[in-house]
Design a protein. Structure first.
Length: 91
């Protein structure tokens, strides 16, 4: 059994969120919040049913990537801006 089902649900939701984020590319992570929220609710409800708990909603408020990921995102965005500028200039 679980001594603190609320804490167990919170930990399961966090672990599930990390797992779901790990399945996606970084760009998709920011675009697919609704999909991730629904998947997390479904997975948590499957486990929490035995504890008599139903999660109605899970909301990802803010995703803060590590500095190295943030730097990679900025470099990718800059490369995309340059590519678009080159395309416009060639037209």
């Amino acid at each position: 059994g679980v001594h603190n089902p609320i804490m167990a649900v919170m930990q399961l939701a966090q672990t599930t969120m990390r797992s779901e984020i790990g399945k996606m590319t970084l760009d998709k992570t920011f675009e697919e919040r609704d999909t991730m929220n629904a998947a997390i609710v479904s997975i948590v409800n499957g486990a929490a049913k035995a504890w008599g708990i139903q999660v109605l909603r899970y909301e990802i408020r803010d995703i803060v990537p590590p500095p190295s990921i943030r730097q990679a995102m900025e470099m990718q965005a800059e490369a995309e801006r340059r590519r678009r500028a080159e395309v416009l200039q060639s037209e």
